[in-house]
Design a protein around this ligand. Structure first.
Ligand code: URA
Length: 249
C-alpha cells in the first residue's frame, strides 16, 4: 500500500480520530418541522394525526385549502356542522350546489330528507349528530369525487373523526363507504350491516339522494330498508348511551 493510499484509508475509517479533532463538532442539519402554512396547498403532503387541537383550527385550514383541483371551483368550503362531541357522525359524499352556496353540508334536498329520516326515530340533528363529507368542496356538475380528490381531503376527515370521536358513524352511499373504509362493495349489498373500521362502529346506509329517486315505500323498497336501518341505529345509540328507547332526549 502506498503512503497516499494509507492516509486515505485513515481519513475514511478512523472516525475516532476525527471525533477527537479540536474545534466545533458539526451537527447534522435538523429536519425542518412540517410547516402548517404549507399543508393546505399541496395534496401530497401528509397531515399527520393530531395536527389540529380543535375543529376551529381544522376549519381555518380547510378554508385556505388548495390540496386538489376542486378548490378552484368552490364558492365555500363545506367542512361540517352539528355537535362537535356528537355520538353519531354522518358522512356523505360531497357538497352539492346548496351546500357550496351556504358552506354547510346536507342542507339541500338530500339534507332535508336526511333530517326527516333522523326525526322519524327522534334523533335530534342539532344535539346528537355531526355531519360532514368525504370531500369538502363541490365536485363540478355533482359528479362523484375522484380517488385523488378523496385522498387529498382524507386527512381532514380523519382529523374530524378523531376530534368528534363519535360512537357510531353512518356512511351514506358507496362513495362514503369507499372513501372511509376502502371497501368497494355495492351499497345494496352492505347497507344496514354494522362493520368495524379502525375500531369504530360504522353502518353503511343508502344516500338520501338515492331515496329521492326511489319514492316507493313498499316492503323491500329503498325507503322501507332505510326505515329498518335507522331504527337499528337508534337502538344501538340508545344501547351505547345507556338509555332506554322510550327515554326522551
Ligand atoms: N350530498 C352529500 O353527500 N353531501 C352533502 O353535503 C349534500 C349532498
Amino acid at each position: 500500500m502506498s503512503g497516499s493510499e494509507q492516509s486515505e484509508q485513515i481519513s475514511l475509517f478512523d472516525l475516532g480520530g476525527l471525533a477527537a479533532a479540536p474545534g466545533p463538532v458539526p451537527t447534522p442539519p435538523a429536519m425542518p418541522p412540517i410547516a402548517l402554512d404549507r399543508l393546505p396547498t399541496d395534496g401530497r403532503l401528509p397531515i399527520p394525526p393530531g395536527t389540529y387541537d380543535n375543529l376551529e383550527a381544522l376549519f381555518d385550514h380547510c378554508r385556505q385549502c388548495q390540496r386538489c383541483g376542486l378548490a378552484a371551483g368552490r364558492t365555500n368550503v363545506v367542512v361540517g356542522r352539528g355537535l362537535p362531541t356528537a355520538p353519531l357522525m354522518i358522512i356523505g359524499e360531497g357538497p352539492g350546489q346548496t351546500e357550496d352556496e351556504t358552506g354547510l353540508p346536507f342542507v339541500g334536498k338530500s339534507g332535508q330528507l336526511l333530517e326527516k329520516i333522523l326525526e322519524s326515530v327522534r334523533i335530534d340533528l342539532a344535539n346528537e349528530v355531526y355531519i360532514c363529507n368525504v370531500v369538502r368542496c363541490r365536485p363540478p356538475g355533482n359528479r362523484a369525487p375522484t380517488p385523488e380528490e378523496i385522498a387529498a381531503c382524507r386527512p381532514y376527515l380523519m382529523e374530524q373523526i378523531r376530534l368528534v370521536n363519535p360512537k357510531i358513524i353512518l356512511l351514506t352511499g358507496a362513495t362514503a363507504v369507499r372513501g372511509v373504509t376502502g371497501r368497494k362493495d355495492g351499497i345494496t349489498k352492505i347497507r344496514g350491516q354494522w362493520m368495524d373500521w379502525d375500531g369504530r362502529l360504522c353502518m353503511p346506509i343508502f344516500h338520501p339522494a338515492y331515496l329521492l329517486r326511489n319514492q316507493s315505500r313498499e316492503k323491500g323498497s329503498p325507503k322501507w330498508l332505510m326505515w329498518q336501518d335507522i331504527q337499528g341505529v337508534r337502538s344501538k345509540l340508545d344501547e351505547l348511551l345507556g338509555r332506554s328507547s322510550s327515554e326522551e332526549f
